[in-house]
Design a binder for this molecule. Structure first.
Ligand code: FNR
Length: 369
């Protein structure tokens, strides 16, 4: 039996925890598909996530679900800032469950990277790239400081009152996610979005209690984790996604992530996903498994957590190697799962699983016969 298709257990503060049927995780991926612009997920999200649950993933993450309207990357993002959105996620979660997968939601706030055009072919063809113009309905954004990212419109520096309100927004979103039936909530602390903007010295130039020292720059993230952990049921695992490294001298580096991961674990985070970058031009490595060393470093710091690697892990035997070498406990699959929603089922077959152990929907049994 391959390690990739061995069940894995995620610890929780109270109760038995969550067991995933295997160690394949669908990476969160924005769909920019909310055509009614109200953040309410619909048939596309059901079809997209449902197909990948049927395709065998152990844990299926939604796209970055905005915790406030202001925190949306684009106006076509799905959200979890109101109850109508929560109710719309519920049947999607039910379907994911019906296929034997666990359902995760990525809670997200884009901060100074909010209010951008949806990254879809038509918008790109029309040169609608970057900040949405005011005439197209762009909105004001918030960040730790007025640092411009990627040439986007600068955010407003958050007041202490706005920081406190924002922490509450994360907790409220977690409550809605719980009501919708999600099993795992993941705090999006990666890719240059709001939490990462606080962590990184590249974007956080504050001089108050939320900026400067490591302790101050991590304060917002600690408060968010604490508030979400209190709102999110103790029997459900809390996850976080980090940009493990800005790949820039003077930025947020892997040593910072390792140090903060240990703190996050103490605060009740039991699953870590290690991506990288998102602030400024990309200076990091590339190639198959290029972010695996980041996961391996965090795995050493929090050996009892469920740590996943992500980034160009496309090949089943490569994924298996990541696990066998102890670099991570699972793999998050992004683009390879867009190409093939049945990535896990195919991978299990390629790794030699017996027919009974291949995670496929009953309706598809003859594909594996
Ligand atoms: C992404 N990615 C991403 N990451 C994230 O944390 N939240 C998100 O909503 C999105 N959205 C998104 C949309 C699309 C279309 C792609 C391709 C990617 C990043 C993604 O989760 C993953 O980290 C990268 O794609 C790298 O993994 P792969 O694709 O090499 O397996």
């Amino acid at each position: 039996m391959s390690k990739l298709f061995t069940p894995v257990h995620l610890a929780v503060p109270e109760g038995p925890g969550l067991t995933l049927r295997n160690r394949t995780v669908l990476a969160p991926m924005c769909q920019y598909s909310v055509t009614t612009l109200d953040g309410v997920p619909h048939a596309w999200h059901l079809a997209h996530l449902g197909a990948r649950a049927a395709g065998g993933f152990g844990l299926v993450f939604t796209e970055a679900a905005a915790i406030t309207a202001q925190g949306r990357i684009s106006d076509q993002d799905a959200g979890i800032w109101n109850d109508a959105q929560g109710r719309a996620w519920s049947p999607i979660v039910d379907f994911i469950h019906s296929q034997g997968a666990a359902a995760g939601i990525q809670l997200a706030h884009a901060g100074g990277k909010a209010s951008t055009y949806a990254w879809l072919p038509q918008q790109v063809a029309e040169h609608k790239i970057g900040s949405i113009s005011a005439t197209d309905g762009g909105w004001e954004t918030l960040g730790p400081a007025e640092t411009e990212i990627f040439g986007l419109t600068s955010p407003w520096s958050m007041t202490l009152e706005q920081i406190a309100a924002s922490v509450q927004d994360w907790a409220d979103a977690a409550l809605r996610a719980d009501a919708a039936g999600f099993d795992v909530a993941q705090i999006h602390a990666a890719h240059g979005y709001l939490v990462h903007q606080f962590l990184s010295p590249l974007t956080n130039t504050r001089t108050d209690a939320y900026g400067g020292s490591f302790e101050n720059r991590t304060r917002y993230a600690r408060e968010v984790i604490t508030a979400v952990r209190a709102a999110w049921p103790a029997h459900k695992p809390l996850a976080i996604r980090f940009s493990g490294d800005d790949w820039v001298e003077g930025g947020w580096r892997i040593a910072d992530t390792v140090r903060f991961a240990a703190e996050a674990f103490e605060l009740g985070v039991s699953a870590f996903d290690l991506s990288s970058a998102g602030i400024g031009k990309y200076h990091g490595p590339s190639g198959p498994g290029f972010q695996v060393p980041l996961a391996a470093a965090v795995k050493q710091a929090v050996p009892d957590a469920f740590v996943t690697a992500v980034g160009m892990i496309n090949d089943p035997s490569q994924a298996e190697q990541v696990l066998v070498t102890g670099s991570a406990d699972g793999v998050s699959i992004g683009r390879a799962a867009l190409k093939n929603p049945n990535w896990p089922a195919v991978a299990a077959s390629e790794l030699g699983a017996s027919r009974d152990d291949i995670p496929f929907a009953a309706q598809y049994w003859r594909a594996h016969w």
